[in-house]
Design a protein around this ligand. Structure first.
Ligand code: DC
Length: 222
C-alpha cells in the first residue's frame, strides 16, 4: 500500500501526542502530520462564519472553499487556512470544543481523511490523531496509542494553555477533557479507540524522553 514507512500515534488530548510525535519524526528524519490541527482549522472557519453544524449544504460549501496547508519555515511548522497562518489561533479551549463537534460530521471527516491519506501515502511520516491506526492508515507499519490519567492530562493541558497566556481552572479543565473524550470516543464515525495491533503506552508516569525511547525501541525491535 504505502511507499514509505507510516507510524501512527493516536490517543486522547493531553497525553503528550504532539510533543512525542514531533520528536519521533525529528529523530528518525520523517515527516510529521498533526491531523487534529486540520479539524481545528475547520472549527475556526465554522466559528468565523457562525455556521450551524446541522446545515450540511453550508458545511459542504465551506469545506470546498477551505484550503489547509502545512508550511515548514526555519524548522518551525505552521498551519495555514486559505493562506493565513492560524497556528496559534486554533489552540484556544473554544476551538478545542468546536473541533470535537466538527469531527462528528462525516462530510468533514471524508474531506480531511482524503487529504491525510494523500499526504501520508506519499512517504515516510509520523501521523498523529484519533483514528490514524484504526481508520486512516490501517496498514501502517507501526501503531502507537498513548494514554494517561485524567488528572495528569489536565495538569499538562493547563501548563500548555498557561504558556499560551490562557489560565483555566483545573475543575473546568477536567470537565472539558471528560466531555471531549466522551464525544470523541462515542461518535459513530471513527471513534477514538486503540487499533487492535497498536502498542499502548501509559504516559502518566513517563517523561517525554521516556515515551520517545519506548517508541523508538519498539520500532527497532521489529
Ligand atoms: O488532537 P487535537 O486535540 O488537536 O484534536 C482536536 C479534535 O479533533 C479532537 O477533539 C477530535 C478531533 N480529531 C479527530 O476526530 N480525528 C483526528 N484524527 C484528529 C482529531
Amino acid at each position: 500500500m504505502e511507499k514509505g514507512r507510516i507510524i501512527t500515534i493516536d490517543g486522547p488530548s493531553g497525553v503528550g501526542k504532539s510533543t512525542v510525535a514531533k520528536s519521533v519524526a525529528k529523530n528518525l528524519a520523517l515527516m510529521y502530520l498533526d491531523t487534529g490541527a486540520m479539524y481545528r482549522a475547520i472549527a475556526l472557519e465554522v466559528k468565523k462564519h457562525s455556521l450551524s453544524l446541522d446545515n450540511d449544504d453550508e458545511l459542504l460549501s465551506l469545506l470546498s472553499n477551505t484550503d489547509i496547508e502545512f508550511v515548514k519555515d526555519n524548522n518551525v511548522l505552521s498551519i495555514r487556512l486559505n493562506g493565513e497562518d492560524i497556528t496559534n489561533e486554533i489552540r484556544s479551549p473554544e476551538i478545542s470544543k468546536i473541533s470535537s463537534d466538527v469531527a462528528t460530521k462525516s462530510i468533514v471527516r471524508e474531506k480531511l481523511v482524503e487529504i491525510q491519506r494523500r499526504i501520508g501515502l506519499a512517504g515516510n511520516i509520523v501521523v498523529e490523531g484519533r483514528d490514524m491506526g484504526t481508520y486512516v492508515f490501517p496498514e501502517a507499519n507501526f501503531k502507537f496509542y498513548l494514554e494517561a490519567s485524567l488528572d495528569e492530562r489536565a495538569i499538562r493541558r493547563r501548563k500548555q494553555l498557561l504558556e499560551a497566556g490562557i489560565e483555566l481552572d483545573m475543575n473546568k479543565l477536567i470537565k472539558d477533557i471528560e466531555s471531549r473524550d466522551k464525544q470523541d470516543m462515542e461518535r459513530s464515525e471513527s471513534p477514538l479507540h486503540p487499533a487492535p495491533n497498536a502498542v499502548i503506552i501509559d504516559t502518566t508516569n513517563l517523561n517525554t524522553d521516556e515515551v520517545i525511547n519506548r517508541i523508538i525501541t519498539e520500532m527497532k525491535g521489529e
